[in-house]
Design a protein around this ligand. Structure first.
Ligand SMILES: Cc1ncc(COP(=O)(O)O)c(C=O)c1O
Length: 408
């Protein structure tokens, strides 16, 4: 293998074909910029998929990782470790939660949340309290339980019998939500919601919908679970989106940005709900790994300050202003939806439903962007992206949309 040329073709030869990656291979990153094998530079408006919260190779994260790498990499969950305890303290002190369960991804965090809600209901409400309410077009991960809780059949069909007793209501439809709770009543054990639906196209929940979900779950002694895997860790301009919505869940999941690029997931909850899990009831070999927790702790330290979070909002506004200017010139977006630095541009006219083409055109111009649903370009840059990279990225996006599709 030594000396052999690594090419994009190898992906098609070697990998299970779950993905269709771009024709170039990134090899290096710094801040909001990435370079490919041919030293071409890309402005990163994607941050993985809203993961690299502080950009690539942030010096403080590199320092935290190397320091931890020289002391302790891994212990089993028969032992605890200092970085995990420090991170748990940071997370509980900065949120509603009293207790934390660490795992390795967003799906695993949601799997833990759904299992906890079912177990709590089983202990306190009996064997019929199993109904889970979710939203149409929701996305909660790729395990069989989380694709079933998710509201997009394309991710859950064809895998055999699914976990049952999950009902989906149209997102932001308060009447449908009310009717659903009238139908299932006290048999409901949990409602799971994204405060901003991410994968389906960046759709923020209305305050009315979130408040009603809180009211109905409390009334029926069911858990309200907020999936903040994508919205968490400063992405929307609040540390967690629930904090600006003014609706507090019983269980919250976080992943993506928390590790700044290193895999981690966490489920946060109250003393009361946490009491439904005892030793051995749930677990994960790598959950709370010291290397990951040391990095995540540093991410939290940097992100969780009023100035940093104000900066996220300001950068979001700057990006939106630039996107509006592009739209004035090209009429390429029918709508721009956003929450902080989570932005969805719905492609319009000749561009409509051509998101993969737009991503490819951006790539050619040296810009990384994402899809969200069939019609939406998603932008989720690092939360600390400098002004000059916002400007350069916008210029490259405009060029891509002009060149790729021609001016209307
Ligand atoms: C809201 C939400 N929940 C869960 C997940 C799944 O996270 P992971 O891919 O880390 O399992 C995602 C990933 O995109 C997400 O956006």
């Amino acid at each position: 293998m030594a000396g052999e040329k690594i090419t994009r073709d190898m992906f098609d030869q070697l990998m299970v074909p779950c993905y269709a990656p771009a024709p170039f291979i990134p090899v290096r990153g710094e801040g909001s910029r990435v370079w490919d094998q041919h030293n071409k530079m890309y402005i990163d408006f994607a941050a993985g998929v809203a993961v690299s919260a502080l950009g690539h190779c942030h010096p403080a994260l590199v320092e935290a990782l190397t320091r931890q790498a020289k002391s302790l990499w891994h212990v089993s969950n028969w032992l605890t470790n200092e970085p995990a305890l420090i991170l748990a303290k940071q997370l509980t002190e900065s949120t509603f939660a009293d207790r934390v369960f660490f795992c390795n991804s967003g799906a695993e965090a949601n799997e833990a949340a759904l299992k906890l809600a079912r177990r709590y209901a089983h202990n306190h409400g009996g064997h019929e309290k199993v109904e889970i309410i979710s939203a149409v077009n929701a996305f909660h991960g790729r395990t069989l339980f989380t694709v079933s809780a998710g509201g997009q059949p394309k991710y859950s069909s064809g895998f055999g019998p699914k976990p049952a007793n999950i009902t989906h209501v149209p997102f932001n439809d308060t009447i449908a939500l009310q009717e659903c709770f009238e139908r299932f009543g006290d048999k409901i054990c949990a409602m799971i919601l994204e405060p901003v639906q991410g994968e389906s196209g960046i759709f923020p929940a209305t305050e009315e919908f979130l408040h009603l979900a809180r009211h109905l779950t409390s009334w029926h002694k069911a858990a309200l679970i907020f999936d903040e895997v994508q919205t968490g860790v400063g992405r929307t301009g609040a540390l967690y989106a629930y904090q600006s919505a003014g609706v507090t869940p019983d269980i919250m999941t976080t992943a993506k940005g928390l590790g700044g690029g290193i895999p981690i997931g966490a489920m946060l909850t109250t003393h009361e709900f946490a009491s439904a899990f005892g030793a051995g009831v749930h677990g994960s070999t790598y959950g709370g790994n010291p290397l990951v927790c040391a990095v995540a702790s540093q991410v939290m330290e940097i992100v969780n300050t009023p100035d940093f979070l104000k900066g996220v909002k300001a950068r979001g506004e700057k990006l939106i202003a630039g996107l509006n200017r592009i739209n004035e010139r090209l009429s390429c977006f029918s709508e721009i939806r956003s929450a902080g630095l989570l932005i969805g541009c719905e492609l319009d006219g000749a561009w409509r439903e051509r998101v993969p083409d737009a991503i490819a055109a951006a790539g050619k111009e040296g810009l990384l962007v994402l899809a969200a649903g069939p019609q939406t370009l998603r932008l989720a840059p690092p939360l600390n992206i400098p002004d000059e990279d916002i400007a350069e990225g916008l210029a490259r996006l405009e060029k891509a949309l002009l060149k790729g599709f021609g001016k209307k």
